[in-house]
Ligand binder design. Structure first.
Ligand code: BGC
Length: 256
């Protein structure tokens, strides 16, 4: 099934048509800088523009950097405050005139990796961490997603949010060397390991492409692997999510 996958991020909004069976992109990938301020109207207009540029006329799946319940944003850590409690799904549907399904960005990136990438051979507990402007987390138990874990907001022993210390933004903002940042990131993974004891960690997001710069500093017990679809996981996973969401809606509409 062909689905337009869209990844809404703090600096860019990216989209491409995805074959949800193979996980391959079947159109060019379009990236438009995230409008500032990134209000619901400006962002949804940008998604509509991507859909127009791709001459798209079908289902849209979207990854969004917030906890999402039934299409509604419940947090606004790295996005404009005006998104809080906004129905992201409805807003995008109105702007594009097309059916849209929305879920947390790290959750959808995890879905892509579980289905097509680094997680496909793992059962048990799989923990995905996306390292970008924020720290995104996605937890899978025997292939089943536990949505909206939001563990980038976990606090360290001094009460500081890990996202503010160990994201890629924090690395740049605090002007940290890779070694210094890696020390923090390793402490964060260790914290997660002590809480969840995952069978594997999958690292995604921009910084995961630089794994060779920090792999040596990682000392958790679980194996740590990098996402196979790298920056494409958000787009591919958004399409996978839309397909799953549409199916379950259709199921509930079947006559009994
Ligand atoms: C948000 C999460 C998101 C993560 C990565 C965090 O600030 O709260 O919902 O998954 O950033 O974008």
């Amino acid at each position: 099934m062909q689905i337009l996958g869209v990844d809404i991020g703090g600096s860019g909004i990216k989209g491409a048509v995805v074959d949800s069976v193979t996980g391959e992109l079947t159109s060019e990938r379009i990236r438009i800088p995230t409008p500032q301020p990134a209000t619901p109207q400006a962002v949804s207009e940008t998604v509509a523009e991507i859909s127009r540029q791709l001459k798209w006329n079908g289902l849209i799946g979207c990854g969004f950097p917030a906890a999402i319940q039934q299409g509604v944003a419940r947090t606004a850590a790295n996005i404009d405050d005006s998104w809080l409690n906004c129905n992201v799904q409805d807003t995008l549907q109105k702007a594009t005139g097309l059916p849209c399904y929305v879920a947390n960005d790290a959750d959808v990136a995890g879905l892509a990796e579980m289905r097509f990438g680094a997680g496909k051979n793992y059962q048990g507990t799989v923990f995905m961490v996306t390292i970008g402007t924020g720290l995104g987390t996605a937890l899978f138990v025997n292939g089943q997603l536990v949505p909206n874990t939001e563990l980038g907001h976990l606090l360290d022993h001094k009460g500081r949010e890990w996202e503010h210390r160990a994201s890629d933004f924090a690395r740049k903002n605090d002007d940290l060397s890779w070694d210094k940042w890696a020390e923090r990131f390793n402490q964060y993974l260790t914290h997660l390991e002590q809480l969840f004891w995952p069978d594997v960690f999958i690292l995604g997001g921009g910084a995961s492409k630089k794994f060779d710069k920090f792999a040596d500093a990682i000392s958790v017990n679980a194996p740590v692997v990098t996402a196979e679809s790298l920056n494409q996981a958000g787009i591919i996973g958004a399409a996978v999510f839309a397909q799953l969401a549409q199916k379950s809606v259709d199921m509930t509409q079947l006559p009994s």
